[in-house]
Structure formats: structure tokens, C-alpha cells
Design a protein around this ligand. Sequence first.
Ligand code: IMP
Ligand code: MG
Length: 188
Amino acid sequence: MVRRLGKVLIDRQRIHARVREIGRQLSQDLENDLRAEGTDAADSPDRVVMVPILTGAIVFVADRIREMPMKLSMRMVTVSSYPGQSTMSRGAALRGALPQDLGGRHIVVVDDILDSGHTLALVKELILEQNPASLRMCVLLDKKVPRKHEVTLNYAGFEIPDEFVVGYGLDYDGYYRNLPEIVTLELE
Ligand code: IMP
Ligand code: MG
């Protein structure tokens, strides 16, 4: 099956404006949490941890953390769900170890897109076992499909229809992650 790039669904100006908004909102919400527990947001040792899901979240998280003027650290998690030239979700599998020091901290899981919900449901369940102080789920794209796993999102950049998209971190068969906009992928 040959696929080619289709139309631009979300251009870079819209992406950047929304990423900035989400960064500000997230910072405010985390600062409120820190204030409530009596910690200083600007200088609190390792209270806030970003957990981007590799590889798709890298572009989104890189842009978004630069909109967050607070002390934070990052722990990467690798989950695979679309092996090779498939565009159908086949469940999610954790690759490698989950960071084990998330307990008691404010955790923000970051992914590129919520589709069937397998990935975020798995990561959420595993992180909750460590009893974080708070857990937030943040995605750039929320694909409007009937979900296998309902996952509550705290922050979502854009709702998109049920189309396969690439760009801004999202790939097809490992490619197109470097496109600056979100583009549909179509059958030739
Ligand atoms: P889920 O487990 O079905 O929710 O899928 C989430 C993962 O599948 C995301 O982290 C993406 O890596 C990948 N994915 C889902 N939809 C798309 C898409 O339209 N384009 C590229 N990757 C996608
Ligand atoms: Mg992914």
C-alpha cells in the first residue's frame, strides 16, 4: 500500500499558539499545586516531572517545556503501538523500564496523540502504582474515535477527525516527524 502526504490539517502558527497556551495553563496549575503544599515553584527540588512518551512526544514536549518557566525534570518512557507500516493500533507495550522515582511528585505524561487509548491507559496505570502527588495527561492531538480505553485528558491541543496524521513528532513507519505542521497521510 503506497501512502503520500495529504492536506495540512493544522499549520505551524496554530500549533505554536496552542502549545504556548497549554504551557502557560499547565505552569499555572502546577504552581497552584506547589503553593498548596507550601513549595516554591521556582526552586523546588524535583517536584515536577515531565514524562514524554517516546518517540512521538519529543517535538511537542521540547516546545512546550520552553513555555514553562519553572523547575522541572524529565523522565522518558518508550511505548510502541504502531509497528512499521501499520496505521492500526494493536495495543501498547512498554519498551524498557519505567522510571521508578515518580512517587510523591507531580507528574505530567505527555504524548503526541490520543487514539485508541491503549498507550495512555497503560502508562497511567503503571505510574499510579507509584503513588504520585498528582498525575496529569497532556496530548497535542485528541483523535475523535470510539475508544477501547476511555482516558481522561487534562490538556489537549486540538481535536482531530479519525484520520492518520504525521508531522510535529508523529510518524508513519518512522518518517515525517520533522514536518513542522500536522498533515494527513493518504492512500495513493
Ligand atoms: P493509542 O495507544 O491507540 O492511543 O495510540 C497512541 C499512539 O499511537 C501515539 O502515541 C502515536 O504514537 C500513535 N498514533 C496514533 N494515531 C496516530 C496517527 O494518526 N499518526 C501517527 N501516530 C499515531
Ligand atoms: Mg507514540
